[in-house]
Design a protein. Sequence first.
Length: 185
Amino acid sequence: MGQFKFEKCLDIEGMYIIEPEIFTDERGYNLVSYNVKDFKEAGLDMEFVQDNYSMSKKGVLRGLHFQKTFQQGKLVRVISGEVFDVVVDIRAGSNTYGKWFGVVLSGEKKNMLYVPKGFAHGFLVLSETAEFSYKLTDYYHPEDEGGILWNDQTIGINWPIPDGMRMIISERDRSHPAFSQDIAL
């Protein structure tokens, strides 16, 4: 469809893995990272209002974060490096409530993940550094942020942590509560 390949995540409704068409030659490459027409044709009819960008070192784990009232849909991708990107369904009444999904996103593959509203999100940096970019459907409201403990046993995320990797997790992310039914959005 257009300049992208949209693959629905069969495990969780509303989630898409997106691969852009990449044009390469001896000079390098060129790609379209977002096109509203192509996304609408794929059933992704949203308006993005904010772009965020971060750089993290190997072993950094960010998450699992969500907005309680001002829920955000996210289009996430890695500009350079590689991360294991994770989402957890916390939509009230969802058939996949509490289920997680993970995918490796990399600057080399240039793949993206669309995360609908109602998900907790996080990632683990697998490369020496990673530059991470995401488009948001609502503005960030720090007072509205919630989180789930990254290694909660109820969810059971299988983080690909190599032996000897030094984990770097903020105090805030180490202090998130465990997953519970009260988290449903």
